[in-house]
Design a protein around this ligand. Structure first.
Ligand code: AKG
Ligand code: FE2
Length: 318
């Protein structure tokens, strides 16, 4: 373990224009993205375009009041029992002190408004500002997420697939609260897992808690910063790239007496996930069978899925 980095790779996106692919800053960042995702499966993105003012508004003005609502209100954030992980999570066995709410298509104004109507059926003073702030923040994160997704396709030499895949990718915006243990000792609030989607972007607010595991097994604490986001590969991007990118295990631990808040944007494929033809050859035989993401998510939360550490391999490994 000696000699391993105690920090994630950090990539500077301050000179990259997500809406204008190409150019020198884009090319430099793309090279760093590919290195980071193949080795660590994750990186810290310096992205001041998600302004610290907007982040503060998101957490203090939108996320914190949301968690102060009654449990009955929060439970209305439900997209159906056949869609695990799409909505409210609270009192989940094995996740003590963890609660979260999630908006399907959370980068879109009408979806966020629909969510707000469920939370504040009578309107409420907070509803309009909640929607404005969440959409603005989710959009900002989405702009960089889409750029990184494009860089990955370019870096793998399969850029021609980007537009079609992008058109059938949807986004889940999740907001989480981790209760303070009121003790100096660290407790695990969300155990080690790999994400089940394509790419994940985590925005931490003030209190540390996200830990990424390196391939060598070392846990790396990612300190929150008001200008950075954490990107990581989910199992579906790993599947599509025929295991060329690493989907890192990560967990959330907390200590002390201040609750932790985070917001995440997950890109999720609504197409059949099938290893790209160009990424299969004699040296890289296909590793995963074609499958549907929601079936994979259902497997992950099933009794059988719980038995496996590498859930993707157990579900659809060749
Ligand atoms: O709260 C965080 O920092 C990340 C949580 C997480 O890993 C997840 O929701 O999949
Ligand atoms: Fe995760």
């Amino acid at each position: 373990m000696g000699g391993e980095a105690k920090k994630l790779p950090r990539i500077d996106f301050s000179e990259v224009d997500p809406s204008a692919p190409g150019g020198q800053a884009w090319g430099t960042a793309r090279g760093e993205v590919m290195d980071a995702l193949a080795t660590f499966g994750c990186f810290e993105a310096h992205y001041p375009a998600l302004a610290p003012r907007l982040r503060a508004e998101l957490f203090e003005g939108a996320v914190r009041p949301l968690f102060a609502l009654s449990a009955d209100a929060k439970r209305r954030n439900c997209y159906g029992a056949d869609r695990p992980f799409h909505g409210y999570l609270g009192d989940v066995p094995g996740f003590p002190g963890y609660e979260s709410l999630a908006i399907v298509d959370g980068t879109k104004d009408e979806s966020v408004r629909g969510f707000a109507r469920l939370m504040w059926p009578d309107g409420g003073d907070n509803s309009d500002s909640f929607c404005g702030t969440v959409v603005e923040a989710a959009q900002r994160i989405f702009q960089l997420e889409e750029a990184v997704r494009r860089m990955v396709m370019e870096g793998l030499g399969v850029a021609k697939h980007h537009d079609a895949l992008s058109a059938s990718m949807w986004h889940l915006f999740r907001m989480s609260e981790y209760k303070a243990p009121n003790a100096a000792e660290k407790v695990v609030r969300y155990g080690a897992h790999q994400d089940t989607n394509w790419l994940s972007v985590v925005c931490q607010h003030e209190v540390a808690g996200l830990e990424m595991q390196s391939r060598g097994g070392e846990w790396i604490v990612v300190q929150p910063s008001p200008t950075s986001l954490v990107f990581m590969v989910g199992n579906e991007l790993r599947a599509w790239t025929n295991d060329r990118l690493y989907a890192p295990f990560h967990r959330i631990t907390v200590a002390g007496d201040v609750p932790r808040y985070s917001a995440m944007l997950f890109s999720v494929p609504s197409f059949q996930v099938q290893v790209a033809d160009e990424l299969v050859d004699d040296e890289h035989p296909p590793r995963f069978k074609p499958h549907d993401n929601n079936d994979f998510v259902c497997f992950c939360v099933s009794e059988e899925g719980a038995l496996h550490q590498d859930k993707l391999k157990a579900f659809c490994g060749v």
